[in-house]
Design a protein around this ligand. Structure first.
Ligand code: ADP
Ligand code: TRP
Length: 334
């Protein structure tokens, strides 16, 4: 088993990233056997699709590294690095640009969302973003890629690129990866709108719980979260058509490792006035130690850089055979 996943080092981690992605990375890392390996990286090469000044970009990479370590990624057991330190990503991306089709990329909903109405004004980098993502995954022969629901389409594209490359060059260069999407927390929704996903790009800070929020801020956001006037139902079925209620119940279920049915059974007949303090307390207690470790680690730049350097060296070694095989299959002599 080769587990690999990445996250863009832009802005702070929020509860959606934590429950939808990072927590599962940590779980997979902790359940690894001796033959398996985990690769987790900061997609800083992807982050060039978001304009950022030099100093801020440097800070973002270190902050995200600190956040991952604080959340439980152990750089001694997992390979933790940033993409820019491993040039093989950019190289393989270029090779795969010969295989990926414009028609395939045109169907990517993330590009459509991020480009918005001004498609002609979007960067080429934003358009080919999923090809770099495919390179990230295929370089390491990853078998399992834990991501949130929104990345499913990029994983399918990655498999299409791998299949076409292997077929076109009659070579078995790439392994087809499987997405690992958590059932319970694949989509954590905004606290202000149960139909929009919790995201760092939402202009309202009340819409999300950030890893940097202190105890009071977390509790205040939960109390202000949009809910409804109805009582909680006996089973999860009763949450149908109640997106905000469903989201809050779902968050508590995920945080406490229970089903939404079990959470409904506990609160059946009670209102959100009773539910929210319980949810707030669970969030405060779970996130506090992560936040505290994060705030300490993020002041240790030299230690963070050392972690990323070491990870990059391991990653480059692991990537080399596949990169060489891809050049060779195409008849490009290095
Ligand atoms: P954002 O949407 O805030 O910009 P990213 O796109 O950087 O976050 O996502 C990083 C990881 O977190 C991805 O694996 C993504 O699927 C996951 N993720 C992001 N938002 C959510 C959410 N609201 N619920 C579940 N997972 C999420
Ligand atoms: N595109 C992913 C996101 O927005 C981040 C990412 C880049 C990634 N490369 C990856 C995720 C490779 C999984 C595997 O969240």
């Amino acid at each position: 088993m080769r587990v690999l996943s990445g996250i863009q080092p832009t802005g702070n981690l929020h509860l959606g990233n934590y429950l939808g992605a990072i927590r599962n990375w940590v779980k997979m890392q902790d359940e690894m056997d001796a033959e398996s390996q985990c690769f987790f990286f900061l997609a800083d090469m992807h982050s060039i699709t978001v304009h950022e000044g030099r100093e801020q970009r440097i800070r973002n990479v270190r902050d995200m590294a600190a956040a991952l370590v604080a959340a439980g990624i152990d750089p001694d057991r997992s390979v933790l690095f940033n993409q820019a330190r491993v040039p093989a990503h950019a190289e393989l991306c270029w090779l795969l640009n010969g295989t990926a089709r414009i028609g395939w990329l045109n169907r990517m909903t993330q590009f459509k969302d991020k480009a918005g109405k001004d498609r002609e004004g979007a960067s080429v980098g934003l358009f080919v973003y999923p090809v770099l993502q495919a390179a990230d995954i295929l370089l390491y022969q990853a078998t399992h890629v834990p991501v949130g629901e929104d990345q499913k389409q990029h994983l399918e594209l990655c498999r299409d690129i791998a299949t076409k490359f292997n077929t076109d060059f009659s070579a078995d260069v790439f392994t087809l990866p499987a997405p690992i999407i958590p059932k319970e927390s694949a989509r954590i929704m905004s606290l202000r709108d149960g139909t929009a996903k919790m995201s760092k790009s939402d202009p309202s800070d009340l819409s999300r719980i950030n890893l940097t929020d202190d105890d009071d801020a977390i509790m205040a956001k939960v109390k202000k979260a949009k809910s409804d006037q109805d009582m909680l139902p006996e089973t999860a079925e009763g949450l149908a058509g109640r997106p905000e209620a469903g989201n809050l119940v779902g968050i508590l279920a995920t945080m406490t490792g229970r089903t939404t049915d079990a959470v409904c059974a506990e609160f059946a007949g009670k209102g959100f006035g009773a539910f929210k303090p319980v949810l707030g307390e669970v969030l405060v207690e779970t996130l506090r130690p992560i936040r505290q470790r994060f705030l300490e680690l993020r002041t240790e730049d030299a230690a963070l850089d050392a972690i990323l350097d070491k990870g990059a060296a391991k990653a480059a070694t692991a990537a080399e055979p596949t990169l060489r095989a891809a050049y060779d299959a195409m008849g490009l002599m290095r």
